[in-house]
Design a protein around this ligand. Structure first.
Ligand SMILES: Cc1cc2nc3c(=O)[nH]c(=O)nc-3n(C[C@H](O)[C@H](O)[C@H](O)COP(=O)(O)O)c2cc1C
Length: 229
């Protein structure tokens, strides 16, 4: 049952993360990723068997707050509170909600109340203001995970620690490097679509910038739209 964890340990890792948050149909169709949230009894028996051994490495999980509905969260939260995870990253959306729409921060509140070990908040922390508002609402929270916010603003982690904003050159280099990486991996159209989606985050509320970005037909015009000349 835990043979794979020995392999993880032999590779030099001290912690493995079980991804119960992935909503991709290619994963959930096979009953993996967030599909495991659909059957809490089965998930409990999986975790019981896993933790019945002395594990060679720590285990953490990343989870959604339900598959179909947020109403599933109290049962799942009780379940996760029963195991000695190194940490539990909670993307405060259901699988059905994918990556968009309003997040459910009250689910994180429940995680704290239920005593889930070392809960890590995840979902839509886009800016320094968002992180500050989160910290004010949840002063006992130990950590957050930031995904797209960091891709959109490469200086976000630095700014959270009191550092300076990204300058124009830093932003230009960052977006260009991301675009080039995606272009090599996928193709130009997909890479441009991805970079535009990402750049929409800091452009939200700025209609002029959004319009310029929508019209942009290359990485240079995308960068000009968002960063300026
Ligand atoms: C395009 C895309 C790909 C992602 N791929 C993964 C992945 O491979 N593994 C994972 O655990 N999460 C993945 N995520 C989810 C992020 O880790 C994160 O949970 C989600 O984006 C919410 O956080 P954010 O609002 O800070 O971006 C992905 C998200 C996006 C938008």
């Amino acid at each position: 049952m835990s043979a794979w964890l020995y392999y993880v340990s032999e590779c030099g890792y001290s912690c493995a993360d079980l991804n119960l948050g992935c909503p991709s149909p290619t994963v959930t169709r096979r009953g993996r990723g967030s599909a495991m949230l659909q059957d809490p009894a089965c998930l409990r028996s999986f975790l019981d068997r896993l933790f019945s051994n002395t594990l060679p490495a720590a285990l953490s999980i990343k989870t959604r707050i339900g598959y179909e509905s947020t109403e599933e969260w109290p049962v799942l939260a009780d379940l996760f509170a029963d195991y000695p995870f190194a940490h539990v990253t909670i993307h405060v959306r259901t699988t059905r909600e994918q990556y968009t729409g309003a997040v459910h921060p009250e689910a994180f509140e429940l995680a704290l109340q239920k005593g889930i070990p070392h809960p890590v908040y995840n979902g839509d922390l886009r800016s320094l203001e968002d992180v500050r508002a989160f910290a004010a609402r949840f002063p006992t929270a130990e950590a957050v995970m930031i995904g797209r916010g960091l891709l959109a603003d490469p200086a976000l982690a630095r700014r959270i620690r009191g550092g300076k904003e990204a300058g124009k050159d830093e932003l230009r280099n960052w977006y260009t490097a991301l675009y080039e990486g995606w272009k090599d991996r996928f193709d130009r159209t997909i890479a441009l679509g991805r970079i535009k989606k990402l750049m929409e985050w800091p452009s939200e509320g700025d209609i002029r910038r959004k319009r310029l970005l929508r019209r942009a037909d290359g990485i240079e015009s995308c960068i000009s739209a968002v960063v300026g000349e």
